[in-house]
Design a protein around this ligand. Sequence first.
Ligand SMILES: [Zn+2]
Length: 588
Amino acid sequence: MAGRIKILAIAATLMAVVSCGKKGEPVIELRYDENISLDYHEVIEAYSKLADHYSRAELFEMGMTDVGKPLHLFMISGNRIFDPETIKRRGKSILLINNGIHSGEPVGIDASIEFAMEVLQDKEGVGRVLENTVIAIIPLYNIGGSLNRSRFYRLNQDGPIYKGARRNARNLDLNRDFVKKDSRNAFSFAEIFHYLDPDVFLDTHTTNGSDHQFTMTLIPTMHQKLPTGMDSFFREEMVASLYERMNNETPWGMVPYVQTAGRRGIRSGITAFNDHPYYSTGYTVLFNTFGFMTENLVHKPFPDRVRSTLDFMRFLAAYTNENSRKITELRREGIEYTKTKKSFVLDWSLDRTSYDNILFKGYETEQVRSPITNRLTTHYHYDRKWSDTIPFYNYFTPRIEVEAPDAYIIPHAWGDITERMIANGVEVHYLERDTVINVESILVSNPQYSQRPTQGRFLINNANFDKEFGARQFYRGDAVIYVNQRSNNYIVHMLEPEAPASFFRWGFFTSSLEGGEFFSIWGFESHAYDMLQDSEELRELFERRMEQDEDFANDPVAQLQFIYDQVPQSDVITSSNIYPVARLISGR
Ligand SMILES: [Zn+2]
C-alpha cells in the first residue's frame, strides 16, 4: 500500500510550469557549433518555450536539488497524455534521458534540446517515435555543478569553452549517489524514476581517456544483470542494432567503452563495464530498465560530441518505438520474475575465457618522454590508422551470491535506511508491538575501514560475516520488508552487507560496530575482588594465567579486563558486533 500512496503523493506535487499552445514557432538558439553549451537558465528557458508552444510537451518541477533549485522533467507525448499509469495502460513505452550528471560533460544537455525540437517539429519524420513511445528528459540533473562554471574545468576536454563542475552543490559525484542518496538530487531522481518507471534509460557522458577513430563509446548496462529473456534481447538485438546504426549510418562510429583487457593495450581486447548499483545504469537495471551510458571521447570537438549524442538519441528512440511492444512485454515478465526471485548475485567477476569479436579502429601510438615532465606518455600518430578484430570480454560469472530471506527487519533506529527504501518504491510494514522474534543475524568481525573518505563516507572495504540463528528483541515501529516486491533487487543489494554498494559498505551502520559498553578501572577493582572470591573456577583461571603469562602478570589493566571478560557477555556482544538488520526466515 505504501507504494501506491507514494505515487499518488508525487502526482499531487506535479506542477506544470508552462502549458498550452501559442502561435509562432519558438526561437531557440543552440550554440554548440560556436563551442558553447547553454547554461542552466537558458536550458530551462528553452524547454519552457517548447512546453509553452506545443501541446504535446509539458515541463514539470519534480522535487528539489542540493543547490535549492527544483529538478525539471520535460515530457513529450503524442496523444498529450502525461500520466505514466495511463501511458502504460495504453501499451506505450517510456524512454527517459538524463543529462548533465557531470555538468562538465554537457553534450546531452544541448543534444536533448535539439532532439526535443526535432520530435516536436517532426523533422525528417523523427516525430514518428511518438507513435508508441513517450519521451521524458531530465534537462540538467546536476544543477549546482552547472551553475559553477569555469573555462578551467576539464582542461583535457575539447570544449565547450565554459564547463560546469563534476560534483554537485554538496560536492558529491551524483553518478555514485544513486543508491545511497546523500544528495537531494538522488531522492528527486528516484521520485522521477519510480513515477515514470521507464522501459529504457539513457545517461549522457564524455570520457576521460584514450583516443580512437570513434567519436562515441557506449556502456550498456551489464546484460547479465537483466532477467534471462531481457538479457538475450538486450545483447543480441537492442544493443547490436544501436552499434550497427551508429557505425553504418553516421560518421561517428561507436564501440564499447574502452577498458583494456591486457598488457598489449587495445589489441589484447577490451572488457565490458560492471556498472555497480551506485552508477546510473547500475541503479536502473535493479528495476529491470534497459539502460545506457553514452561516453563520447574527450578528445573530439564539442560540436561532434553533441551531434553523435543526438544521433544516438534518435536511434535509441526509434528502436524503442519500433520494438515498444516487445520491450514492454519483456519488462512485464522480468518484473514478475524479480518479485519471486530468491537467489541474488551481488557481484560478478569478468570471465576471461569467453568473448565476442568486434572491429576496432585505432591510431598507432608510441610511448614518448614528455618535454615538460619527462614522464612516459602516449603519443598518437593520427596519420597511422589501424583496424583489426579484437576480443570484447562481455561475460561475467557470479562472484557473490546469496539466498534472500523471506523478509528483513530494519530497527527503527535506522530510519534513514527505511526512508531510502520507501524512496525506491519498497513496500514497508511496521511491527505493531514490542516482540521477541527468532531471526538469522549477521555477525560482523574485523571491519576494515578506508583511510580516506569517498563521497563523504569512510567505506568498509572488508569484514568477516558469520551467521547465527536466535531470538532478538524488536520494538513497535521496526520496519519489516518482505522480499516479494518489484524492488527486490534494491532491497537485497542494499541490505546484504557483503554487496559492493550496500548501506553497510557505505558506512551507514558504522556506529553499530563501535561497541560502547566498558568497565571503569577505578570502579571495577572492588567488584573484581568480589568476583574472584565468589568463584573458585574464575580464581583458578586467573591464577594460572598470572603464572604462565609474564606480560599479563605485569599489566594490571589486562588483569581487570580478563576478569571482566568472564562475566556473561551475551548482552554486551549483542550490541557490538551484530549487523542491525535481521533476516527473517520462515520455517526456521
Ligand atoms: Zn561522466
